[in-house]
Design a protein around this ligand. Structure first.
Ligand SMILES: [Zn+2]
Length: 507
């Protein structure tokens, strides 16, 4: 039915039953014979959808091969071709999960589609999940990315499990503590307003620019942070995407060169800086640095290609349903995930609708902020957790809650076997799949992150009471960038594996 209706642009309008003399008659008037023309039309449509799917032959061959030997896929293909039963209870157990989406499923040449998403057989789901999570983006972003190209029942829970169990995400995730919301300008077109910042990742200098409109991030390694190097990189960006109207940075030493200022003047760019000692007003660029450095650190940690991670970030919807690539280039970028040809073709995002949605979302976020600020869930005894042991710690450590001392204050045992008391703000739940890894972990490198004041468990009465939301956590990511003159984001304490080092050396 959906496929038959696909070519029409339908407007639904309510009309009272009394005013519909013929509708009831028509709804009971089934065509007496099988409509061959209609069947051909459906087949034509399905073939055109298949033709538009740009999955590499190799990948398509793999999906096809698995579909042929997966009993569920074989049954699903057969049910799609022969027709679904009238009631859900008439379906086999294997078909039940597909019942709610049955109208959207089609099958041709051995491949099953849910609209234009490829239904992935069980044996390949693990691989697809790994590819989806190559950028180590958060739950919502990963789900949105998946929903744009692939499908299987309970895919969202699989993504949640994957991220909860991901070592790289656990170690380099953001602090639970919230930072004050920074309102950023909402430009009217791509590359109108650009932010820039520097960062050091794995001992190397990077320049990170981000477009306020599309959130498209560019990351470039620089040999030295001299003005000539900066100008060279900026010229390359501006030639590629056009000259921005406004350009914002903090008041760091890299941006005070006379040559840089005169370059902006010559290229007709309004140059804005945040006040000294108030880098928060360059929050957009700081966030871009945070995202870029996290993408790279997680890629190094999980031994994946950071270029693919950045590509996935650019393809992932960040504002509702639109990705940075769609906003900047009006199309999705071809990646290693299956996608339809339609997504690769130019298709401009309607600006008014998109900006309205963005502004209302920003307002909603602001309203919910105070509520979320107080929303850290309570931890239970023996609950596996991630813990940030010291102010200088760059990564989260594994641990287990031993007991709750007072509201928002817990005794925990860290992976080094030692006991600590920590505020809820420095603890976050960890999946229990790996079991109690406090004793098992072999990756712990010692107490290099721990200052001397850390104490073994103390009695409840001697513990000062702390309220999580009020705790100032100056070692949260943003603050690291803000406090450091060179904005050094998290740098792994352990060197990456040799092959990841060589693969990432150009970053
Ligand atoms: Zn991850």
């Amino acid at each position: 039915m959906m496929i038959q209706l696909h070519p029409y642009d339908i407007t639904v309008q309510y009309v009272r039953g009394n005013d519909l003399p013929v509708a009831d008659t028509l709804s009971r008037l089934h065509p007496p014979h099988f409509d061959e023309e209609c069947s051909l039309e459906i087949e034509f449509h399905v073939h055109s959808v298949m033709k538009s799917i740009t999955v590499s032959d190799k990948k398509m061959g793999l999906i096809l091969k698995e579909n042929k030997r997966d009993p569920v896929m074989i049954e699903l293909t057969s049910v799609i071709q022969k027709g679904w039963p009238n009631h859900r209870y008439q379906c086999s157990a294997n078909m039940q999960p597909y019942w709610n989406v049955r109208d959207e499923l089609s099958s041709v040449d051995g491949i099953i589609l849910k609209r234009n998403r490829v239904v992935i057989p069980r044996a390949l789901r693990r691989d697809i999940l790994q590819q989806l999570h190559v950028a180590h983006l958060g739950m919502e972003k990963s789900k949105q990315r998946a929903r744009s190209s692939v499908y299987w029942p309970n895919m969202s829970s699989a993504i949640e499990d994957l991220i909860r169990n991901c070592e790289a995400c656990g170690k380099f995730s953001r602090n639970d503590q919230k930072e004050p919301l920074i309102s950023t300008p909402n430009p009217q077109y791509p590359r109108e307003y650009l932010g820039i910042d520097f960062c050091k990742i794995n001992g190397r200098d990077y320049i990170v620019t981000s477009d306020y409109y599309s959130r498209f991030i560019e990351t470039d390694r620089v040999e030295s942070a001299t003005f000539s190097e900066v100008i060279k990189k900026l010229k390359a960006y501006f030639v590629r995407y056009g000259i921005p109207e406004k350009f914002r940075s903090d008041s760091g030493p890299h941006f005070t060169f006379y040559e840089l200022q005169s370059f902006f003047q010559k290229w007709d760019i309004q140059y804005l800086t945040s006040s000294p000692n108030f880098p928060e007003s360059n929050g957009h660029a700081k966030k871009a640095v945070d995202i870029a450095s996290r993408i790279m650190l997680k890629a190094i940690e999980s031994n994946t290609d950071p270029y693919l991670s950045l590509l996935e970030y650019r393809n992932t919807p960040i504002d509702g349903e639109v990705s940075p690539a769609q906003l900047l280039m009006s199309r999705s970028l071809r990646s290693i995930l299956p996608c339809t040809r339609q997504q690769l073709e130019s298709n401009t995002v309607p600006k008014t609708k998109f900006l309205k949605a963005r502004i209302s979302r920003q307002e909603r976020q602001k309203q919910n902020y105070d509520k979320a600020f107080n929303d850290l869930i309570e931890l239970k005894d023996n609950q596996p957790i991630w813990v940030k042991l010291s102010k200088k710690a760059t990564r989260w450590r594994k641990g287990v809650v031993t007991s709750c001392v007072s509201p928002r204050s817990y005794f925990i045992q860290a992976e080094n076997g030692r006991f600590y008391r920590r505020n809820r703000a420095h603890l976050k739940p960890r999946s229990s799949v790996e079991g109690n890894s406090a004793q098992q972990s072999s990756g712990f490198k010692g107490d290099e992150d721990l200052p001397s004041e850390f104490q073994p468990p103390v009695t409840q009465s001697s513990s000062p009471k702390k309220a999580a939301p009020k705790t100032q956590d100056n070692h949260s990511t943003g603050k690291i960038f803000q406090d450091s003159p060179y904005r050094t984001p998290r740098t792994p304490t352990a060197p990456p594996a040799a092959n990841s080092e060589s693969r990432n050396k150009n970053w």
